[in-house]
Design a protein around this ligand. Structure first.
Ligand code: ATP
Length: 354
């Protein structure tokens, strides 16, 4: 078993409310990602679960039992931090073995466990090296191996890939999901990188200013963002938001455009709204029944695609296009809109309207 529940976590540092009522339900065996920008309260949440942070209010339950008063050691959780924090004078083998030594495991048990985890992380050849003789990525793997060498109730990981270069980070994402599958434990993983979150998580909790904005699968969070802020934080290029109102069977933009009102929206007439359009749901290359008039502002070639910035009145719309797309600044274009994939938010509350 390895369920983790947080209930109403509150924590202030001076006048900063780092956690403002955080609830989380991490299912046994899941890869659960806490995603949010810098300062959202991710590390504080993880430290509270680990018992390293004194809470002002709230409780932490492990395997259904209230563990709020337990010491960090009694919680039986393994934590991996951003910094590798390896012992500099010990070899990789000794570093990995250290949690088992602390638990008085026998030499045989230790050598079997270190061999297993080293093979899982492909670091067998590094075992006799000291941290200074390894690259950052290798040290990171050794730090992971040290966390994974025992079978705690759950693994808590605080941005463990941040110090790696992009190529290695992408590789390690795949590795970590593979390791998670083969170990079968519960992972609680903190990151501010939405691509990392969407590519690895079974479930994502999106955190902002100490409050959970939404919990769901990566698809839920991307396709059905609960509010305008989540829609803007998840997805690249960023979702475009155009100010408008519903009028009868039309959506009328503040910049003078008008589109058929999507069947599914519950917005009442006249209420200020934001039409959210992801770059892949609009096109300057195809024609559709619903279209917005605009003019090309600039082109951003990204190799496998080009993002076209289109000005609609004074608002900007990002449009994904083929790398060969033509267009010069100032050119008039019609942007075809897939309204079935559009998002509508209440402009005052920011909440999604469905
Ligand atoms: P990052 O992605 O930058 O690591 P985070 O989401 O993990 O950010 P936290 O480290 O949990 O955010 O911090 C949440 C808020 O609490 C921030 O405003 C931070 O400055 C503040 N904070 C965290 N720890 C302390 C502390 N020990 N003393 C004072 N303020 C703190």
């Amino acid at each position: 078993m390895g369920t983790v529940q947080a209930r109403g976590l509150r924590k202030a540092f001076g006048d900063v409310q780092a956690l403002d009522g955080v609830d989380l339900d991490v299912p046994d065996g899941s890869f659960f990602v806490v995603l949010g920008p810098s300062g959202a309260g991710k590390t504080t949440t993880l430290r509270a679960i680990a018992g390293l942070e004194q809470l002002d209010e709230g409780s932490v339950h492990l395997d259904g039992r209230d563990a709020t008063a337990d010491t960090p050691a009694a919680r039986d959780l393994a934590m991996v931090f951003q910094s590798y924090a390896l012992y500099p004078r010990r070899t990789a083998y000794e570093n990995i073995a250290s949690p088992l030594r602390a638990r008085k495991a026998s030499a045989d048990e230790i050598s079997t466990a270190v061999a297993e985890v080293s093979s899982l992380l492909h670091i067998e050849r590094l075992l006799q090296r000291r941290p200074a003789q390894m690259s950052g990525g290798e040290q990171q793997r050794v730090a992971l191996a040290r966390a994974l060498v025992r079978r705690p109730r759950a693994f808590l990981m605080d941005e463990p890939l941040t110090n790696l270069d992009l190529k290695l980070r992408v590789e390690m994402r795949t590795e970590l999901t593979r390791i998670h599958r083969s170990l079968g434990g519960t992972f609680v993983y903190v990151t501010n990188d939405q691509v990392e979150a969407l590519s690895m998580a079974d479930q994502v909790a999106v955190l902002r200013e100490g409050r959970v904005q939404q919990v769901g699968t990566p698809t839920d969070v991307y396709e059905r963002p609960a509010n305008q802020w989540v829609a803007g934080f998840v997805g690249s290029p960023r979702i475009s938001l155009l100010a408008c109102r519903a009028e009868g069977d039309r959506l009328v933009g503040e910049q003078g455009w008008s589109l058929p009102r999507p069947r599914w929206t519950t917005a009442e007439d006249g209420r200020p709204l934001l039409l959210g359009l992801r770059a892949e749901d609009v096109s300057v290359e195809t024609r559709g029944t619903a279209a917005l008039p605009g003019e090309v502002y600039g082109l951003e070639p990204l190799g496998d695609r080009t993002v076209v910035d289109v000005k609609v009145g004074s608002e900007m719309l990002k449009v994904k296009a083929r790398p060969t797309v033509a267009g010069v600044p100032g050119e008039r274009v019609e942007v075809a809109v897939d309204l079935d994939r559009a998002h509508i938010f209440d402009a005052d509350t920011g909440l999604a309207l469905s």
